[in-house]
Ligand binder design. Structure first.
Ligand code: BES
Ligand code: ZN
Length: 583
């Protein structure tokens, strides 16, 4: 057999998936999805190996209902279970009837009290990187794209949304069937749906926002600028290929800031700050419509192709909307996060390469800011080397050459060699791609606002800091030594009310330094915050600060015990790993 991807059972010598027809019913009391997946392949005959995780397979047949031979392999902790189906000669599809498992890693089932409305249950999926297999049996590798159609049956009082084109909703008494189709071929990790009490507001001709009714107005106000963002993005990267760009604001347990599900970006409600200060996350997910969803990483080993290019694109959009000074502040905060990620990986420095080797490694464990911010800096180095006009032309060429394809780092490098001769040598690309850490001489963010903040070091900021953007605050707070003096913490909190900060990025940057410095109000706020949000970007530094802070380790353990049921399984696993590492 020939593996195409270290995270999939897909065998290159076998038939390849083309289309999925999915009929599914959500069983909230049973916390399971009952489904029939019809998978079509490019040819019939011989065995085909699918990925599954925890699925209870009832039967596998051909389209006429004739049983097909199948076998489930032993469970692998990273890959899940192989489902081998024998396709008779001339049979190029299979119909799998199944029920999702109790611990389906892509699914988060929420009790009504975990939602804003408090009345209806909620369900959402999160398939990246390799969780699609826990909801659908398929070749779960971004190398093999699929189109799909779906019929999602939900309780009649709820909406079922999918990251696809809406076809229609049919009421059937106590249930309703929502139909969708995705005609653009997508990698399986972009398969996504959500079910709950959801309402929408129009944002523009191509966009609306979905959220629970009690927060939908706030969501609409926060994201009013999305149509302008779409226009700016098209001016930079070419026509938008996915028709609509809708947004879905999820309950607070959503473990990411955003997820670029096609036609329906999933977002954390922590973006709803009231001042539009976190819309860069929307710019990021929108950018994935080009870098990620059109040009896709061949496997998690080339994840930086998705995220590094997307951070670069996000900051180009931001430059148009908010100017280069703001971009410099964002890039400076990104650089701080990168240095911290590299330090956190001191025991596994191989994970600080752009191109990684992940056989046997769970992509969720390898996740860090490295592919994002080191990838961004590598692209910035190339841009600095060839000049912006030349690099812009290259970016367009890249998006055009690899549209609807999944590529490796090597394929990118070949295109650069052809289009930008000498550029790889000029920036010492091998040092970036296969070397560890951040190369010396990496592009550094410069701006006068940034320099003013950096000059302060551990001094108390002037009263004018009341006007700082959240990004200036993050640069300042992240620079402070841990621990810092308790007097500085008290003075900062008195003057700038940081424990009451509304912006979660500022709040978490503050709490991580203040908790480690033994500032009691910060410890209390950290404790409540850990029960309010499930975004991993916040949970991990907060737990790490409590673990390392003076006398707060026990509190970290208590919070983890108290709140872990509210967290997404991936987030809970991340928290457990932190506690275990420090034990
Ligand atoms: N695709 C990612 C989220 C993701 C990555 C989910 C890997 C699962 C596995 C998304 O585009 C992302 O990068 N989100 C960031 C946004 C930020 C960089 C602006 C996040 O969630 O923080
Ligand atoms: Zn991303």
């Amino acid at each position: 057999m020939a593996r195409l991807d270290p995270h999939s059972h897909t065998d290159t010598t076998q038939p390849r998936q083309r289309h999925l027809s999915w009929a599914a019913e959500v069983d909230f009391p049973g916390r399971a999805v009952d489904a029939i997946a019809t998978l079509s392949f490019d040819r019939g005959g011989g065995p085909v190996d699918l990925d599954t995780r925890g699925l209870h397979i009832a039967q596998v047949t051909d389209r006429a209902g004739t049983a097909l031979r199948f076998a489930l392999g032993p469970p692998d902790p990273v890959l899940g279970q192989r489902l081998r189906v024998e396709l008779p000669a001339g049979v190029d599809s299979c119909v799998v009837s199944y029920r999702t498992g109790r611990e389906a890693s892509a699914l988060h089932w929420l009790e009504p009290q975990q939602t804003a409305g408090g009345k209806a249950p909620f369900l959402y999926s999160q398939c990246q990187a390799i969780h699609a297999r826990s909801v659908v049996p398929l070749q779960d590798t971004p190398r093999l794209r699929i189109t799909y159609d779906a019929a999602l049956t939900v309780p009649s009082g709820l909406r079922g949304l999918m990251a696809a084109a809406f076809v229609g909703r049919e009421e059937q008494g106590e249930r309703a069937v929502e139909r969708y189709r995705m005609d653009e071929p997508i990698p399986p990790y972009l398969f996504a749906f959500a079910v709950g009490d959801l309402a929408s507001r129009e944002l523009g001709p191509r966009s609306r926002v979905w959220a629970e009714p009690s927060i939908v107005e706030r969501a609409a106000a926060e994201f009013v600028g999305v149509d302008g963002m779409l226009t700016s993005a098209e001016a930079l990267f070419g026509p938008y290929s996915w028709g609509r760009f809708d947004l879905l604001v999820l309950p607070p347990s959503f473990p990411y800031g955003g997820m670029e599900n096609p036609r329906l970006t999933f977002l954390t409600p922590t973006l709803l700050t009231g001042d539009r200060s976190l819309v860069n996350v929307v710019a990021h997910e929108l950018s994935h419509s080009w870098t990620g969803n059109l040009v896709t990483n061949a496997s998690a080993e080339d994840f930086w192709l998705n995220e590094g290019f997307t951070v670069f694109a996000e900051r180009r959009i931001l430059e148009v909307l908010e100017g280069p000074e703001m971009v410099a502040l964002h890039a400076a905060v990104g650089r701080q996060a990168l240095d911290e990620a590299v330090a956190n990986f001191r025991d596994r420095p191989e994970l600080t390469r752009l191109r990684t080797k992940l056989a046997g490694v769970d992509p969720d464990d390898a996740f860090s800011q490295v592919p994002y911010e080191k990838g961004y800096l590598f692209l910035r180095a190339l841009e600095d080397s060839v000049g912006r006009p030349g690099f812009d032309r290259f970016l367009r060429r890249y998006m055009d050459a690899f549209r609807f394809q999944s590529i490796t780092t090597e394929e990118l490098l070949e295109l650069i060699r052809a289009e930008l001769p000498g550029a790889l040598e000029a920036v010492n690309a091998p040092r970036w791609i296969d070397g560890e850490g951040v190369p010396p001489g990496a592009p550094a963010a410069r701006s006068s606002r940034l320099e003013q903040v950096e000059r302060l070091r551990t001094q108390l900021p002037p009263a004018t800091a009341g006007e700082w953007s959240p990004w200036e605050w993050q640069v300042y707070l992240n620079h402070l030594p841990r621990p810092s003096s308790p007097e500085l913490m008290v003075a900062l909190d008195e003057r700038f009310h940081l424990t009451g900060a509304a912006n979660p990025e500022v709040l978490v940057a503050w709490l991580t330094v203040a908790v480690r410095s033994g500032h009691a109000p910060a410890v209390r706020r950290a404790e409540t915050l850990l029960g309010e949000v499930g975004r991993m970007k916040y949970l991990k530094p907060l737990y790490a600060a409590l673990i390392a802070g003076p006398g707060t380790r026990g509190l970290a353990e208590a919070c983890a015990r108290r709140y872990r049921k509210r967290y997404h399984v991936i987030a809970a696993a991340g928290v457990d790993a932190l506690l275990k590492k420090s034990a």
